[in-house]
Design a protein around this ligand. Sequence first.
Ligand SMILES: [Zn+2]
Length: 144
Amino acid sequence: MLKAYHGSCHCKRVQFDVNLDVSRGIHKCNCTYCVKTKYQKVFTKADQLTLKTGEDSLTNYHASPSGWPEGHIHHYFCKNCGVQVYSKGYLEMPEHDIFNGWFYAVNLATIDNVTPEEIISAPVIYEDGINDNQLNPPKETRHL
Ligand SMILES: [Zn+2]
């Protein structure tokens, strides 16, 4: 079930409200970007996130995984403190409720009011992103 959360970067210039269902899973991926940033993400539809402050502090970086359309994943981070708050992506997967249209991969670390209990009880979903196989786990996950 979706629950309302508040997220922010470290310097608090960027603040947002987002509805997430953390119990659906916390995603960890072995692609080059997620490994470099130790990115732990929770997905939600684009209409579930509202940027409250800091639009002028946000910038974004995109490096599409091979096989993905150019620029379809943008990683947004604060120009002042460097913390990545979320990525925004677009996919067309009619069979999937989140990955059909624009979606956010929210950086779990930026959610201010998610509880340790919610994180502990959420399943961890591993993605084999390095092999363009995001919907399946890689053989090895212990390092992620
Ligand atoms: Zn900041």
